[in-house]
Design a protein around this ligand. Structure first.
Ligand code: SF4
Length: 426
């Protein structure tokens, strides 16, 4: 696998200098080409998904940032960082492009980054190079005087958008009408809501208000155990795959995990199915991780005998079952770092992270299971041009693109996050 950055690989493909394949030649353009008045995910893995109307759009980026060379943008970013000093912290998600990550003070998953921001109380400005729900979580967990900035407001998340507060509230009403609400003689309530970190602040707040909890891909099993100590069932949203893979690994039958389709009565299920359910799965998914297939794993095993296949639990169940291991981004990173002899890894997660691991660990052979270069559409919306713009506005004394969660949402969301932190493996 080439060690050029993902963006450089895409440019080579589009210029005819590489025989690799990309899912969209438009990825070679600047993201501002897709910042229109109409919300859109733009090129990349989510480009076929339907974006909700009313999703945030990014206003125009000044021309000087669009035409600047990468070298000029990097120099301007470094100069602004030097000027802002300790008042600034830049957070970069594992799935973010290298051209942005090189300026980050911290690299991590969404929860690690939110906590890193809270650990830097002197930083007034938290520039989150990730997607919208991550910036919201950072705002919830940070101090009141800290301001969180998302360099491109169009950097949402198609998975998070698949569960909105209105649909989940309607689902909850149907479930509580069916089950009732109070605890039975065993002391357990009929159902508890569990939301994946990859969800809006409104849904985290919903969980906080309804006895529920947040989980990450690292602690999903611990959180489900916490929930089953208190409830007979779990309503899990938005990612059906993380919910199904985690519950199955805990010994729960897939027959006891009905899928909830919004806008259908009882989510398209019978009352009997819901009565016997253990985990009710929201019909959401990540379009990046949905691209991985069992056929890709089979091919990797033929091409590279002895290959170690590690995938993210947002992948479909058959892919997780066919892999050697599955785990969060942090698990994947540690699996590679912990390999003491040269190893061939086929990895099923976002390509920017896989590419970075390959560059950082030349003693191993590391490649993405998906042969098509297809990054996350919304992470792609953050570009050095936007980073330079928001930083230079800060130097000029102006905060642009602030993400601020209203207190009536942030308070219950913090409750759900704190329950997660307090949950311990049984
Ligand atoms: S990789 Fe998937 S879950 Fe993560 S931000 Fe992109 S679309 Fe959302």
């Amino acid at each position: 696998m080439s060690t050029a950055s993902v963006n450089d690989r895409i440019q080579l493909i589009v210029n005819g200098q590489s025989d690799e394949e990309t899912c969209s030649p438009s990825l070679a353009k600047g993201p501002w080409e897709f910042d229109t008045k109409v919300p859109a995910y733009g090129p990349g893995a989510s480009m076929g998904d339907v974006i909700p109307t009313g999703s945030p759009v990014q206003g125009g980026l000044p021309e000087e940032y669009k035409v600047a060379s990468n070298d000029e943008l990097h120099a301007r970013i470094r100069a602004a960082k030097d000027t802002l000093g300790d008042k600034l912290v830049i957070l970069g998600h594992f799935y973010q492009r290298d051209e942005v990550v090189q300026h980050a003070d911290y690299l991590g998953d969404s929860f690690q980054l939110a906590r890193a921001a809270a650990d830097r109380p002197e930083a007034n400005y938290i520039v989150f190079c990730g997607v919208h729900f991550m910036a919201e979580t950072a705002d919830i967990l940070s101090r009141p005087e800290q301001q969180v900035i998302l360099p491109n407001l169009a950097a949402g998340c198609s998975m998070a958008d698949m569960a909105d507060i209105e649909s989940v509230t309607a689902c909850w009403k149907e479930l509580t009408d069916l089950y009732g609400t109070g605890p039975d003689a065993s002391g357990k309530v009929p159902v508890i809501p569990v939301t994946y970190m990859n969800s809006s602040a409104a849904l985290k707040g919903f969980c906080g208000e309804n006895g529920g909890i947040v989980c990450t891909s690292s602690n999903a099993a611990t959180v489900l155990e916490w929930a089953f100590e208190r409830a007979h069932r779990v309503l899990f949203f938005p990612d059906q795959h993380l919910g199904r893979n985690t519950a199955k690994a805990m010994g729960i039958s897939v027959d006891d995990m009905p899928l909830w389709h919004g806008r259908r009565e009882l989510g398209g299920n019978t009352a009997d199915q819901l009565e016997s359910a253990k985990v009710i799965l929201w019909n959401g998914f990540c379009s990046v991780h949905k691209r991985f297939t069992v056929a890709q794993i089979e091919k990797a095993r033929v091409d590279f005998p002895g290959v170690r296949v590690v995938v993210h639990p947002e992948c479909p169940m058959d892919v997780v079952d066919a892999a050697d291991e599955s785990g969060s981004t942090d698990y994947i990173r540690k699996a590679v770092e912990g390999a003491t002899t040269p190893t061939t890894f086929a990895i099923g997660t976002e390509i920017n992270m896989v590419q970075r691991l390959a560059a950082q660990h030349p003693q191993h052979t590391i490649f993405c299971l998906d042969p098509v270069v297809c990054p996350c559409s919304t992470m792609y919306r953050i570009h050095p041009g936007y980073l330079a713009w928001v930083l230079e506005r800060l130097v000029a004394g102006e905060v642009v693109n602030q993400i601020s969660v209203p207190a009536d949402v942030a308070e219950p969301a913090r409750v759900a996050l704190e329950r997660m932190l307090a949950a311990k493996p049984v």
